[in-house]
Design a protein around this ligand. Structure first.
Ligand code: NOJ
Length: 709
């Protein structure tokens, strides 16, 4: 290959705009990958240019933001996290790959495995929540699901992107190396171990160094420690962003920094095409560095079989199969979390006549229920909650559905609720579908206020004031601060954006055909000022053990005092609205004592028996938490070490057992040690388990009794 041809392979372009000059570049062999091109015919047309018109005929690899479905849309990844069921999500990834591949897509820009502690950050919707083990399981499942069908996964955003200051997208992150390795990197490692064929750099500066120029992340960790040969692609222009970051004086210097940090493919940045040849001529970059990158790109193309099969059959497009729609219903059912139920749910639609008012700005929004990052779904295929209830209404004379949206979209500020309140008075029960439109979460959609937007809070208040039981169903891209509304509601179901089949899934749960089993994959704060609030935090030396003195209980003229103080806010204690791992069912589960024993190998065997004491057969997710009593540094109040979603028929018991190796109890340590042969000292990081007592708890959620809350 000539140098020009090699550099061409490192160039990824979006020809959905400015198409003509970009197509000319494809014909000249100056493009290795394209993305955002829609339709198998169009993709084959561009592929022909690469294969038939260039000297070497190297096929393009076609990428797309396939995030939570292609045509059939599954719940947003945060909702998938709430299923605690990676096997189900793996099946969804398989069917997603089938649809995308049939339309010419070979490379999905997902899964996003950024562990997120901050619901203000819009991209919290795109990941699986706040927990490294949970995120690792879903990331690996998605990689396996896609790649088993022949579509490459791209695990992103490497790394630390989600810890952005203030929850504002693209913002700087400061993460100590030990925390990076304990919390943020494990899901990337799990995805790479599952065979992820590519990795995407993140936009943020991590500890001052943007990822595209971060040799430590891209080479020391990804290549040398993890031995990954995945292709490393930039994010959109993340290489040229080194100039506004304040790292490089110009784009040429940015190209030099990126190639020296082994960023292999440049997405829409044009810094490699514009400057690499010059940098080589000046001796600042070696051609062997380019060869390494091109080898990685060609390896991906070989792995996908593109050299044998560059084109896609134009007559075999797969979309919205019954199998996919059924699976989408199941995933949406498992992603819904029952947060409160005073007994109103499930609705009894079988016996006496039930008048149900369906209201709220998300009750009938075919596009909005799909959530963020949906490019290729046709919203007309979505089934909304209103439609699902109307079709049940058609089958059952005992159900009478009344519809009045009250608000037309989630930000609607119109407070004339007279029509909806008049209809509420005729109803026996009110189903209030509220939340956020899809565009309020996702990339660059961060919020400084986590309340329900528009006049939705006022509508909830007005509905509750009718005295009729209100079932609040929240369809949103993040946890919202809904404490006041939870108080007013008779029941609360948190559904996230549930995708194509959100309507039937929610209808099945509300009417008791399906028993809810979702559990929070992220802590729900009471107030935005509490964030970041996450379950595996340190306790501080002054946890808020006692009911703290809140702002209104401070006596006027209160003198300064210096004893007996603890860690909280004047407006709220540290406890969340709902802890990580929380979710109710229509049945009840009784957890027996957790027993554990240390074996000769150093491993612990941890066991608990769970009894279904209610009257519904149901799934329960048993969560194993460890607590390390002391350590070489302070240790978190608890850490998830495993989980099992088990089906327990009413009246039955189930024994769950986990085996924990010493390695699973280890964490990253930092020491400051002399560098051999010199008188300087350097940081050294190592992974180890402290030889101290541990306690274990198999529990229905993370909130540990008596610790810090
Ligand atoms: C920017 C986003 O950060 C990334 O997640 C996405 O895959 C690319 N744009 C391509 O659209």
């Amino acid at each position: 290959m000539t140098l020009e041809e090699k550099i061409g392979q490192m160039n990824q372009l979006d020809p959905s705009w400015d198409a003509e000059p970009k197509e000319a570049l494809i014909r000249q062999g100056k493009v290795g990958s394209i993305f955002n091109v829609v339709g198998v015919k169009q993709i084959n047309r561009l592929q022909r240019m690469a294969v038939e018109e260039t000297r070497l005929g190297i096929p393009l690899v076609v990428a797309r933001d396939v995030i939570h479905g292609y045509r059939t849309i599954y719940p947003i990844p945060l909702g998938q996290g709430a299923t605690w069921n990676p096997e189900l999500v793996e099946q969804a990834a398989q069917l997603t790959a089938k649809e995308a591949l049939s339309d010419g897509i070979r490379w999905a820009f997902s899964p996003m495995v950024d562990v997120a502690h901050d619901p203000r950050w819009g991209r919290v919707a795109e990941g699986y929540g706040e927990e490294p083990i949970l995120t690792s399981a879903f990331g690996a499942a998605t990689v396996k699901g896609y790649q088993s069908q022949g579509m490459a996964a791209c695990v992103k955003h490497f790394a630390g992107y989600s810890a952005s200051e203030g929850g504002r997208d693209y913002n700087t992150t400061w993460i100590p190396e030990t925390q990076l390795r304990d919390i943020y990197l494990p899901p990337f490692k799990a995805a790479v171990d599952a065979g992820a064929m590519s990795v995407m750099c993140s936009f943020n500066a991590l500890n001052g160094l943007p990822s595209s120029a971060n040799h430590h992340l891209n080479v020391d960790i990804l290549r040398d420690e993890w031995h990954s040969d995945a292709l490393l692609v930039s994010d959109w222009g993340s290489g040229s962003d080194l100039v506004p970051h304040g790292l490089c004086a110009d784009k040429k210097e940015a190209a030099e920094r990126c190639i020296n940090a082994r960023m292999e493919m440049d997405m829409q940045g044009n810094i490699y095409t514009d400057y690499l040849a010059e940098l080589i001529a000046e001796g600042k970059v070696k051609e062997s560095q380019i060869d390494d990158c091109v080898r990685s790109i060609l390896r991906l193309k070989y792995r996908l079989g593109l050299f044998d099969n560059p084109y896609v059959d134009e007559d075999k497009v797969i979309a919205y199969t019954p199998e996919a729609l059924e699976l989408a219903t199941r995933v949406a059912e498992e992603s819904a979390i029952l947060l409160k139920n005073n007994g109103v749910l499930p609705l009894n639609v079988k016996h006496s006549t039930l008048n149900v008012l369906i209201t709220g700005p998300l009750a009938h929004q075919k596009k909005e229920q799909l959530g963020t990052w949906v490019f290729d779904a046709q919203p007309e295929h979505s089934v909304t909650p209103l439609e699902a209830f109307q079709s049940l209404n058609a089958q059952r004379s005992t159900l009478n559905v009344i519809y009045e949206p009250g608000l037309t979209y989630s930000r609607d500020k119109n407070t004339d609720f007279s029509k909806v309140i008049a209809k509420a008075k005729q109803a026996d029960v009110i189903l209030y579908f509220c939340g956020e439109e899809a565009i309020l979460s996702g990339e660059a959609r961060c919020r400084a206020d986590l309340n329900l937007p528009g006049a939705q809070r006022e509508l909830m208040k007005a509905l509750a004031a009718t005295g009729k039981p209100v079932v609040m169903v929240v369809m949103a891209g993040r946890p919202l601060t809904i404490g006041a509304e939870v108080e007013q509601a008779a029941a609360v179901l948190y559904a996230f954006h549930g995708g194509t089949m959100a309507g039937p899934a929610l209808c099945n749960i509300i009417t008791g055909k399906t028993v809810p089993s979702g559990k929070t994959p992220i802590t729900f704060p009471k107030m935005v000022g509490q964030v970041p609030l996450y379950y595996n935090r340190l306790n501080t030396g002054r946890p808020s053990y006692d009911p703290p003195m809140l702002i209104d209980s401070i006596p006027i003229g209160c003198p300064q005092f210096s004893i007996g103080q603890s860690s909280y806010w004047l407006e709220t204690p540290t406890e969340p609205l709902f802890p990580f791992g929380f979710g109710l069912s229509y049945t009840t589960f009784e957890y027996g004592p957790t027993t554990y024993e240390k074996q000769a190998s150093g491993a612990y065997e941890v066991t608990c028996t769970i009894k279904n004491t209610g009257s519904y057969d149901a799934y329960e997710t048993a969560q194993l938490y460890s607590r390390q009593q002391s350590g070489s540094v302070a240790r978190p109040i608890c850490e998830l070490k495993g989980f099992k979603k088990v089906f327990i028929p009413a009246g039955d018991s189930c024994t769950v057992t986990f085996t924990l190796t010493p390695e699973q109890l280890g964490y990253w340590h930092e020491s400051w040690e002399p560098v051999r042969g010199s008188d300087i000292k350097a940081h050294r990081y190592y992974f180890a388990t402290d030889n101290v007592p541990f306690t274990f708890r198999i529990a229905p959620h993370s909130l540990p009794a008596g610790i810090g809350f």
